[in-house]
Design a protein around this ligand. Sequence first.
Ligand code: CTP
Length: 130
Amino acid sequence: MRIITFGTYDVFHVGHVNILERARAKGDYLIVGVSSDALNMSKKGRNPIYSQDDRIHILKSLRCVDEVFVEESLELKEQYLIDHKADMLVMGDDWEGKFDHLKHICDVVYLPRTPSISTTETIEIVKNLP
Ligand code: CTP
């Protein structure tokens, strides 16, 4: 069973590991689409702290991740699922319902986010340290 998931994974944290491990446990091969620097800029209105090459490097080093590719455009989701022969798309439940239109290609599953941690919040905390 081939699982696919997407995200930026900037300033890598435990919420990221948790969802990747849970996604991998749904099958036996995990493919991660990492937002390019340009896509992150258009999605979140800021450049990532870590470059796309470094974010890819970190993800590739994880035992639960089998393959990593760069997600260049949100419009290409359907194509990415087909190209990577995905059986299941896993996303955090901050995306609940947003990918249901892809259910004709593969299963779509939303997993609960790890509470109390996010990249944006971490950046804000560090910025505001005295
Ligand atoms: N994620 C999670 N639990 C968290 C944070 C993220 O399960 N506490 C999941 C998201 O649901 C997504 C994946 O990790 O499936 C990548 O999310 P990403 O947007 O890169 O991380 P965030 O920490 O949510 O980043 P930001 O604060 O910039 O939105």
